[in-house]
Design a protein around this ligand. Structure first.
Ligand code: HSE
Length: 416
């Protein structure tokens, strides 16, 4: 019998209990041992559950129990999750977590501690919900040099954007629905402002390039500035708007890494990733592009990834899974202002024609292409500007503003 404990009985923690209960026999066959949840840590009371006697409010009961060999952390947030996970590793227990904030902020340290103690620290559920992505990058694609990763990494924002694109639904209404369905974070601004996607691209970048990338080093922009007008112009351009987390290795050995809404062409495999689904494109030198697709949030898909890690731990109690990256190096993340960019820009002025004429003067007529709206708004124009870097784009937009042309929005255009 393998005894485990689960920290947190929220959306994911309760899903883990459900999957272990509904799939007991098949899981036992795969793990070659029965898995029993001995303790569940939560401050709330759950008197009506068939396993309510296993709840505790006291973490010490778990960390000091020699029978518990694996601890599953599904609390979310950095504290006390980090303190508990660290204590469990120090006490000789392997840890499985779904907590992307924890892995993005403390991954290098916790992986080093797990290595020192010859334990496993696994986090398949931290990126892409039910999509296998951590193992494929660390194991199945290990023969490749990965040059780039780009993905729709947040289910909530993808759900909201899909509702805006398909149903012209208001942003707030779509967010409320995502919360009801259990997709959104406790504080949904982490979804909407791109923080959640940022943590996930940091984890993928750290894994693929072997050096920890901390979230505070990543330029991050969310979807709260995306208007229905932008959705319409994306359609005229030939695509859709998606929140993309991307990382690209440069010849210098540095990486460009960013999270922002992007125009994605209809022909791209990422364009048809809708609703709560995530899609992650990994560009390898041997494989070419490999795309992973599936439900990126929600109780059971995420629990599926957690339980798979638990099975892996049970099968490797005496051996470590190879999963490791070094701590951050100075200058590993390149200055985002040096990145090349093609961007859609929506401007307004006295008339749309006048605003566009100003853009032609500032960018050069050969570098701007006007987009004509299906239902034009008085005074507005939109165009695509190419051949810029982030720095020159910002300078030119400031020049336009100085000439009395208001920049309503600008959204980068992806080449994935
Ligand atoms: N809030 C997250 C999302 C949950 O919407 O993708 C899964 O990490």
């Amino acid at each position: 019998m393998a005894y485990i404990a689960v920290l947190g009985h929220g959306v994911v923690g309760s899903g883990v209990l459900e999957v272990l209960t509904t799939h007991t026999e098949s899981i036992e066959k795969r793990a070659k041992e029965r898995i029993e949840v001995k303790r569940i840590l939560d401050l709330r009371e759950f008197p009506d559950l068939p396993y309510s006697e296993r709840f505790t409010k006291d973490f010490e009961e778990i960390v000091t129990d020699p029978e518990i060999g694996i601890v599953v952390e599904c609390m979310g947030g950095l504290h006390p999750a980090y303190d508990y996970v660290r204590s469990c590793l120090l006490a000789g227990k392997s840890v499985v977590t779904s907590n992307k904030e924890l892995v993005a902020e403390k991954g290098a340290e916790l992986l080093a501690l797990a290595q020192e103690k010859n334990l496993n620290f696994l986090f398949e559920a931290s990126v892409g919900g039910g999509i296998p992505i951590i193992r494929p990058i660390s194991q199945c694609l290990a023969a490749n040099e990965v040059s780039e990763i780009a993905g729709i990494l947040n289910g909530t924002t993808n759900f909201i954007l899909t509702k805006m694109i398909r149903e012209h639904m208001e942003f707030s209404e779509a967010l409320r629905l995502a919360q009801e369905l259990g997709y959104a974070e406790r504080d949904p601004s982490a979804d909407v402002e791109g923080t959640d996607a940022c943590r996930k691209i940091c984890i993928l970048a750290s894994l693929a390039f072997g050096t920890h990338v901390y979230p505070n080093c990543v330029y991050t922009e969310g979807i709260s500035g995306v208007a229905l007008e932008d959705v319409d112009f994306a359609d005229v351009w030939g695509g859709v708007i998606k929140l993309i987390g991307s990382v690209k290795r440069l010849e210098s050995g540095q990486v460009h890494i960013m999270v922002c809404p992007m125009f994605v062409h209809r022909g791209s495999q990422l364009a048809s990733v809708d609703d709560v689904f995530n899609g992650i494109l990994v560009r390898g030198d041997v494989t070419g592009d490999v795309v992973f697709y599936g439900k990126g949030a929600g109780k059971l898909p995420t629990a599926s990834a957690v339980v798979a890690d638990v099975i892996d731990c049970v099968k490797h109690m005496a051996a470590r899974k190879y999963l490791f990256w070094e701590d951050a190096k100075p200058d590993f993340v390149a200055d985002p202002n040096t990145a090349d960019v093609t961007a859609y820009v929506r401007v307004s002025g006295e008339t749309g024609d006048a605003a566009f004429a100003a853009a032609e003067r500032v960018f050069g007529a050969a570098h701007v292409k006007r987009l004509l709206a299906n239902s034009p708004k008085a005074g507005e124009a939109a165009f695509v500007a190419d051949g810029e870097t982030e720095a020159t784009l910002a300078e030119k937009l400031a020049k336009l503003e100085a000439q009395g042309v208001r920049v309503e929005n600008r959204i980068r255009i992806s080449d994935y």
